[in-house]
Design a protein around this ligand. Structure first.
Ligand code: KIV
Length: 275
């Protein structure tokens, strides 16, 4: 097993090959991602919604993120590991370097992701200069969903498209090794992908990005509060799990579980000593 590195991700783009990223939030989901040989695992702050049941990603803290990152790092040994910096954890360069450093030093991550374009470029630059790889994230940026007026497609008029291209270039120039493009029209994502040297990773951004990312719980059908248009569900695990639990409940009630197969035994001579 060869560990995936930043150099491998850039090499994919240089060769015109696509790679995949998926989110993971704990040991078992990290194991699943690694067994599937997914190249990048993101411990996304989407965990606030799909794992913790919160309405959005705003309230998750650095400590809560680190707790999940540590579990993921124990499970995923091959994938390149990225930790999502939560809202308000990178408001100035010192704070950003301190918090980003914790993802690497305390939680086994190899890079961090933060949201925003031109306005966060100076922060990105400081974190990269401190030796920490940064993944950018533009388009629909869930941490500022109130400012955007909801989970909406971005980059729909010429001014917004120009701004997205400027954002991507600013992030690249600041040192980002890749950039997530979320919820933007496919041909806008193509323009951005052609405008930067670093890989773009699309989610709801069409097929022209250099890579794709999906939220694990969305794609395997474990989160049913809503399914965004851009999500393809490759499995329906929630109904399967509910069926399994219903069957278990019925067997317990009927006395057909556990059987000898799932029970421990004791020698007759030992039991006889009791009488
Ligand atoms: O938090 C997350 O899962 C993300 C991905 C959607 C890119 O930021």
């Amino acid at each position: 097993m060869t560990k995936v590195s930043i150099l491998d991700l850039q090499a994919y783009k240089n060769r015109g090959e696509k790679f995949s990223m998926v989110t993971a939030y704990d040991y078992p989901t990290a194991l699943v991602a690694d067994k599937a040989e997914i190249d990048v695992v993101l411990v996304g702050d989407s965990l606030a919604m799909v794992v913790l049941g919160l309405p959005n990603t705003v309230s998750i803290t650095v400590d809560e993120m680190l707790h999940h990152c540590r579990a993921v790092a124990r499970g995923a040994k091959r994938a390149f590991l990225v930790g999502d910096m939560p809202f308000m954890s990178y408001t100035n360069p010192d704070e950003a370097i301190h918090n980003a450093g914790r993802f690497l030093k305390e939680a086994g991550m190899e890079a961090v992701k933060l949201e925003g374009g031109e306005q966060v470029a100076p922060i990105v630059e400081a974190v990269v200069r401190a030796g920490i790889p940064v993944m950018g994230h533009i388009g629909l940026t869930p941490q500022t969903v109130s400012k955007l007026g909801g989970f909406k497609v971005q980059g729909k008029d010429a001014a917004a498209v120009r701004q997205l291209i400027a954002d991507a270039k600013a992030l690249q120039d600041a040192g980002c090794f890749s950039i997530v493009l979320e919820a933007i029209p496919d041909r806008v994502a193509k323009l951005i992908t052609e405008a930067v040297r670093v890989p773009t990773i699309g989610i709801g951004a069409g097929p022209h990005c250099d890579a794709q990312v999906l939220v694990m719980h969305d794609m395997v059908g474990l989160f049913d509060r809503f399914v965004p248009k851009f999500v393809k569900q490759y499995a329906q695990l929630q109904p399967q799990m509910v069926d399994a639990l219903r069957q278990y409940k019925a067997e317990v009630a009927a006395g057909t579980f556990p059987t000898a197969e799932h029970s421990y035994t004791i020698k007759d001579e030992v039991l006889e000593q009791l009488y």
